[in-house]
Design a protein around this ligand. Structure first.
Ligand code: HEM
Length: 132
């Protein structure tokens, strides 16, 4: 990811920070539409789950220009999801769900450049969740 792509992601996220609860809501709507069977894996408080998701996204976005920290975050995510044995299919669904959620929240502000910058950012982090 180049500095310009990082800036696109950080700027668009700053613009929706106040609406991050909507982003999380839409993410899970899309994720469960694509993968209805994973709904039962979520056993905790869902309000808290949505906050953990947006906190995680925020910390990835903040550290896009710091590969070492990003790697640590990826390793933490991998550990938190290890017991779920997610594969490439689920990782792909997560990427698509996040892009779709961004589209719901940002509307026309999600121009093609911003969308492709987000796609690169998500690939960098989400790929680490897949079992090896
Ligand atoms: C953009 C990708 C994703 C991010 C950023 C993300 C983030 C998180 C975070 C921060 C947690 C909380 C960990 C903790 O308890 O401290 C979590 C838990 C969890 N995630 Fe993800 N996740 C992603 C994708 C997925 C996908 C694709 C699935 C399933 C197909 C999934 C299933 C779960 C489940 C089942 C839990 C535990 C919920 C519970 O214990 O009730 N996640 N995730």
């Amino acid at each position: 990811m180049g500095p310009q792509q990082i800036q696109h992601v950080q700027q668009s996220f700053a613009g929706i920070f106040a609406r991050k609860a909507d982003l999380a809501e839409r993410f899970y709507v899309h994720l469960f539409t694509m993968l209805p069977e994973v709904r039962v894996m979520f056993r905790g408080n869902f309000v808290k789950q949505k906050m953990m998701l947006t906190t995680m996204i925020a910390s990835c976005v903040r550290n896009l220009d710091d590969p070492r920290t990003l790697e640590d975050i990826g390793a933490q995510l991998a550990q938190e999801h290890a017991h779920l044995e997610l594969g490439p299919h689920e990782t792909e669904a997560a990427k698509r769900a996040l892009i779709a959620a961004l589209r719901d929240v940002l509307g026309a502000e999600l121009d093609p450049e911003t969308e492709s910058a987000w796609a690169s950012a998500i690939s960098r982090v989400a790929g680490t969740m897949t079992r090896h």
